[in-house]
Design a protein around this ligand. Structure first.
Ligand code: SAH
Length: 339
């Protein structure tokens, strides 16, 4: 099947020409994808014969709402989308005073194995295509009727473990002919894959890079995150400094506070020392409940934040949205469905 949804307008135009169609049909297709057309029948400005040609080359797929949950606490919406191969992934829509943010998944499952995260239970099944990344934005906006202004790549999966498709998605979603969301309105979170961070630095994009740090020392971090055994803290922070130097964009560090594990005054002191002068922002996340994990949320969130602030760091506590529907950080899961 030709993956039309993952193509840029230029690539679509070339494909249309190959099919014996005028090049402008490429732009039309691109616009239909970004408006959330779920079927070829909806694309009424395309000749019927051409639509039949597209169908013959595999047609276009669209995600289907398998389940939709709305938080009673704060209106956060969680979608479970069924993809064309029967795999299911989750997407979350959150309302902020500055606009609506969509949190999208980058893979079906995750290979990173962090001990506190539900998304990695069962490992990684496959990467999402650029078109499937885009569909999460477009169809969430369409189904909810709420205009989306911000995107966070913080759902299921490790975005830098699916680099090429994520990079392509950024081009599509930022394209002026399409949904056109500005790079400054996009955040990408990584568990710390240094080669990916270095590659991204070279692209010089204006997006926000978030790094899931969760501990300032190798002993604590390796116990929580297997990735740290390959890319330890000092090397990771060095790559982050280089990223800042190359792009001029400050890094945001995520730090999930876990009772008795990474929330002691000693951890706060070391974190403050390691990030001093980096201009970084620390986003503290009170640990969310994950059934498979025995880890408990910290009871020292305010004290930990105070210590960081006193040490001159910029530290905030992330709002906990959608916890009544398991839509908070680390609670998203893939599902397998029969189709
Ligand atoms: N794989 C990427 C993208 C996931 S973003 C990454 O690791 O950054 C999801 C964020 O929620 C990450 O910072 C992750 O470490 C954090 N997280 C995972 N499980 C959590 C939990 N139980 N409570 C709070 N935060 C959690």
């Amino acid at each position: 099947m030709t993956d039309l949804k993952s193509m840029t307008p230029q690539e679509l135009s070339a494909w249309c020409k190959d099919q014996g169609q005028p090049a402008f049909r490429g732009k039309q297709l691109f616009q239909w994808f970004h408006r959330g057309a779920a079927s070829l029948e909806e694309m009424t400005d395309l000749p019927k014969a051409f639509r039949a040609q597209i169908a013959a080359s595999g047609g276009i797929s669209a995600p289907v709402v398998e389940r939709k949950q709305v938080s009673k606490q704060d209106g956060t919406i969680k979608y479970l989308w069924r993809l064309s191969d029967g795999n299911c992934i989750e997407t979350v829509l959150m309302g902020y005073h500055h606009g609506n943010s969509v949190c999208i998944s980058s893979q079906v499952g995750c290979a990173m194995g962090c001990s506190f995260c539900a998304s990695t239970v069962g490992g990684r099944v496959r990467n999402l295509t650029a078109g499937e990344l885009l569909d999460q934005v477009v169809f969430t906006q369409k189904d909810s009727g709420q205009p989306i202004s911000n995107i966070v790549l913080m759902g299921i999966g490790e975005p830098l473990d699916n680099y090429d498709n994520v990079r392509r998605f950024l081009t599509l979603v930022n394209h002026p002919e399409g949904i056109n969301i500005g790079m400054r309105h996009i955040s990408l979170s990584t568990c710390g894959l240094i080669p990916g961070i270095q590659r991204l630095a070279q692209e010089g994009l204006q997006l926000t890079l978030s790094v899931s740090l969760h501990a300032p020392d190798d002993e604590t971090r390796s116990a929580l995150m297997p990735v740290n055994r390959v890319y330890p803290v000092a090397a990771l922070l060095e790559a982050c400094q280089a990223y800042f130097a190359q792009t001029g964009r400050r890094i945001s560090y995520e730090y999930a506070l876990i009772d008795g594990v990474n929330d002691t005054p000693r951890h706060a002191k070391l974190l403050g020392e390691r990030l001093a002068g980096s201009g970084a922002h620390v986003n503290l996340i009170p640990l969310n409940d994950v059934a498979e994990s025995p880890l408990k949320p910290s009871r020292r969130v305010a004290a930990f934040q105070k210590q960081l602030l006193e040490g001159g760091l910029n530290a905030t506590v992330r709002r906990r949205l959608g916890s009544d529907i398991d839509a908070s950080c680390g609670q998203l899961r893939r599902k397998a469905m029969q189709i």
